[in-house]
Design a protein around this ligand. Structure first.
Ligand SMILES: Nc1ncnc2c1ncn2[C@@H]1O[C@H](COP(=O)(O)OP(=O)(O)OP(=O)(O)O)[C@@H](O)[C@H]1O
Ligand SMILES: [Mg+2]
Ligand SMILES: [Zn+2]
Length: 448
């Protein structure tokens, strides 16, 4: 018995309903809902033919053997390299450098593995021009310019590469579907077919997807739950630094980052990332903190500018930390250091605009604010680590030992931290001057 089942998918946010609406219930956009036909019978068959459960200890657990992407920083973000049969989604804003990093990587991988690069956006000639600029070798690299999904699948099956790249998912389409390339329906349908192909043939697949900051291109977003690993490629048009950030990883830790620089000859890994987010100048309003990004400590400057306000409501803006965090820190300073800040504007910016999510940067933010307000540089050559509690206490920080080690490596002489285990403190004797504090007041007295 074959019956067809209709589902309705919003082309803006990807939400599914069983009925047509003129306006999406999830994202409120008008006329964004499109009908898709699902074949009920195939679902039913899948269930009846499915395999039986087996005891856990009968599963053979072979170790994952990864291969390198050719970039240490890329491998780090992937959790140690590319896993055969895995599907990675590489998202990023248009023009950020997705094709560049992937092409460089493809060249390096092709020295040991069979690689297929599918270009659906650019012609062979365009890719060749980039290729020549990047000056790569291509032992075992094949390129295929195609947008038709069935032809792409045929070629992958024929070639059986270890690694295949789709550049990009928005440009390919399944002819059996009505919707246009790039629509949520197309993106999802194409991806799930490619995913099955990758799993069945043990091919590592990297899918490029354009994603904008305001989420205007939702297609790839709706794939995040489908794929094994989601990586974002970030940066701005002003600086040449680029960040790879893992936001989901079935084969490694998330929130791992890799740092690159975009040069004429392509992307180059940054070997000492702490150096690009710090300035080491001793001026008022600037401190250095050491945050944790995945498994790696990273030194980042925090700059504050505190000025008397001309507005009825003081202005508060942040780059690199959340505005709510700033409001909370200002409230803690008011209450527990006893300084009124309501007459002051306050601007915070991290070095290079680096996005800090580690709450242990609070103390650095607070000291920067007070330093700017008083117009006094903080204690020279000093880093600040500690999360501020609402009652003014400085709370424990994750991975404090590795953060202190990073400070030592960078030649920082003083570090202000929450109370430590004695053992850690002993480890660093003669290497760095550690000041343990329990609340914000002590930190201020010590450093300003
Ligand atoms: N000749 C060049 N010299 C230096 N940098 C260049 C040169 N040509 C391009 N670039 C850099 O490469 C970037 C484009 O890279 P790439 O095409 O890999 O990005 P993408 O994310 O794939 O973009 P798209 O959205 O167009 O697919 C440009 O923004 C620029 O920074
Ligand atoms: Mg591109
Ligand atoms: Zn919607």
């Amino acid at each position: 018995m074959s019956s067809k089942l209709s589902i309705f998918i919003c082309q803006n946010c990807g939400s599914e309903t069983s009925q047509y609406f003129g306006r999406c219930l999830n994202c409120n956009s008008w006329n964004s809902i499109v009908e898709e036909i699902k074949n009920k019978r195939s679902n039913y068959q899948e269930i009846t033919n499915s395999k039986k459960s087996i005891p856990f200890n009968e599963i053979s657990s072979k170790k994952i053997s990864r291969f390198t992407s050719g970039f240490r920083e890329f491998d780090r973000v992937l959790g140690g390299g590319i896993v055969p049969g895995s599907v990675v989604l590489l998202g990023g804003e248009p023009g950020i450098g997705k094709s560049t990093i992937v092409l460089q990587s493809a060249g390096k991988i092709s020295l040991n593995e069979k690689v297929l690069y599918i270009t659906a956006e650019e012609s062979l000639e365009q890719v060749k021009i980039r290729w020549e600029r990047l000056n790569q070798s291509s032992i075992n690299l094949k390129i295929f310019a195609e947008t038709n999904l069935s032809l792409i699948i045929e070629e992958i099956k024929r070639l059986k590469p270890s690694f295949a790249i789709i550049d990009s998912i928005q440009a390919i389409h399944n002819h059996e579907m009505q919707s246009s390339p790039g629509s949520v329906s197309q993106v999802r349908a194409c991806s799930s077919e490619l995913q099955n192909l990758a799993k069945e043939n043990n091919i590592a697949l990297l899918i490029i997807g354009h994603v904008t900051k305001d989420g205007a291109l939702a297609g790839p977003k709706t794939l995040e739950h489908l794929v094994d690993t989601v990586i974002n490629f970030e940066g701005d048009n002003i600086s040449s630094h680029r960040l790879l950030r893992s936001i989901k990883n079935r084969f490694g830790s998330t929130f791992e980052i890799g740092i690159f620089e975009m040069l004429e000859e392509g992307l180059r890994e940054i070997k000492n990332p702490s150096s690009i987010f710090t300035n080491k100048e001793n001026i008022s309003g600037v401190t250095t903190t050491i945050t944790n990004e995945g498994t790696r400590p990273l030194a980042v400057d925090i700059q504050a500018l505190v000025n008397k306000t001309f507005y009825s409501n003081p202005r508060r803006t942040t780059t690199g930390i959340s505005i709510n965090r700033l409001h909370q820190i200002l409230a803690v300073i008011e209450k527990h250091v006893g300084i009124r800040l309501s007459e002051f504007d306050c601007y915070i910016a991290t070095g290079g605009g680096f996005e800090i999510n580690d709450p242990s940067s609070d103390l650095g933010v607070a000291i920067s604010i007070l330093s700017s307000l008083k117009n006094i540089p903080p204690l020279a050559n000093c880093s600040f680590i500690g999360e501020l509690g609402l009652s003014g206490q400085v709370r424990k920080s994750n991975n404090l030992r590795t953060k202190i080690e990073e400070a030592v490596r960078l030649g920082i002489k003083n570090i202000v931290v929450p109370k430590l285990e004695e053992e850690i403190n002993n480890n660093f004797q003669n290497l760095i001057n550690i000041k343990e504090i329990s609340n914000i007041k002590e930190a201020v007295e010590y450093s300003l």
